[in-house]
Design a protein around this ligand. Structure first.
Ligand code: ADP
Length: 332
């Protein structure tokens, strides 16, 4: 193998730049030519390629976002679109590809490796941390710290004004981020898609706190919680607002809502995300050099391992119910 490409795809996550840097520098160290592909799969189809030197990735390890840019590419979901992409990769002499992204991007990576002789390795990057076969995804740690910082600030105001704050975090299908931030931030209630909740219990807990003199509370809500609070991308109709109104009606307390939104995806990556991104990116290059394809790299018990992409796509990462219970007990 002489030439490999690297791209970032799907939702961005802090630490993607550190992963690109690792791929580029490990690849150059191994004697490979490295091509940076802009805007994910769209950039393959448009042949938006750029030769990477060591200096191309200078001064990016500490930056959020992705300097290669990311995109969602509908054309790549079609066989025709992928044929076009394969043609462009072949024309550019690219024999291996590192895809840094979430499970959608991995689905694309899997198809690309099955439909061509281009070797493809996935590097997990999503703040949701919901990809199976890895304990952590790049961006998760930074997003947790960003949310905690926001909770700390909101708690100051909640305390000053003796109010209940409903804080909505990202997580349409998964509550890892919300659960861990709820535990670390001391949230009075944590509502996530994986675990049913009743509004009666949320109110009961608030009343219990109120009866012992507690006048402020934080309720942390993942955006994907249950059907009673209908999903809607429009912030003014988000579930957090519906929930807040319901609590206010039932309890007669003033409630406020903060939807954290995209600020959770930005910011300088933490030490943990930079270290993980560096390790995962470097191993992805080594797997390509070993002739491997259709794999993803992951971290299990602090060790970098590789798995079939299929295992990651079919696997289901489970919420740790003991942690949910613990957070509940500690916040009573
Ligand atoms: P993420 O990687 O963050 O989960 P998406 O689900 O938006 O983000 O996927 C990113 C891109 O991966 C999509 O825009 C598309 O180009 C590609 N992709 C996702 N799912 C598929 C699929 N089933 N087949 C082919 N390509 C896909």
């Amino acid at each position: 193998m002489k030439k490999i490409g690297v791209l970032t795809s799907g939702g961005d996550a802090p630490g993607m730049n550190a992963a690109i840097r690792a791929v580029v520098r490990q690849g150059i160290y191994e004697g490979l030519d490295i091509i940076g592909i802009k805007r994910g799969y769209a950039g393959i189809i448009d042949s938006d390629f750029e030769v990477m030197e060591r200096g191309s990735v200078a001064d990016i390890i500490h930056r959020g976002g992705t300097f290669l840019h990311s995109a969602r590419c509908e054309e790549f979901r079609t066989k025709k679109g992928r044929e076009k992409a394969i043609e462009q990769l072949k024309y550019g002499g690219i024999e291996g590809l590192v895809v840094i992204g979430g499970d959608g991007s991995f689905k694309g990576a899997q198809l690309l490796s099955q439909e061509s002789d281009i070797n493809v390795i996935g590097v997990p990057a999503t703040i949701d941390n919901d990809i199976a076969c890895t304990d952590y995804s790049i961006g998760y740690d930074t997003a947790m710290n960003t949310i905690l910082d926001a909770i700390n600030k909101i708690r100051d105001t909640a305390t000053s004004h003796e109010r209940i704050f409903v804080v909505e975090t990202m997580g349409r299908h998964s509550g890892f981020l919300t659960l861990m931030c709820g535990l670390a931030g001391g949230a009075e209630s944590i509502l996530i898609p994986e675990i049913d909740f009743s509004i009666e219990n949320v109110c009961k807990k608030l009343k219990h706190g109120y009866d012992r003199g507690k006048l402020h509370s934080i309720i942390l809500v993942a955006e994907g919680i249950g059907d009673d609070f209908k999903p809607n991308r429009d912030v003014s109709h988000s579930k957090a607002f519906a929930l807040s109104k319901e609590i206010s009606n039932r309890m007669g307390f003033e409630t406020r809502v903060t939807v954290l939104g995209h600020l959770q995806r930005g910011g300088a990556p933490t030490a943990q995300d930079r270290i993980m991104a560096s390790r995962l990116g470097a191993v992805a290059v080594k797997l390509l050099l070993n002739g491997e394809t259709n794999k993803m790299v992951g971290i299990i018990h602090e060790e970098v391992k590789s798995f079939k992409i299929e295992e990651a796509l079919e696997g289901q990462k489970e919420i740790d119910r003991d942690i949910y219970e613990l957070a509940n007990i500690l916040s009573m």
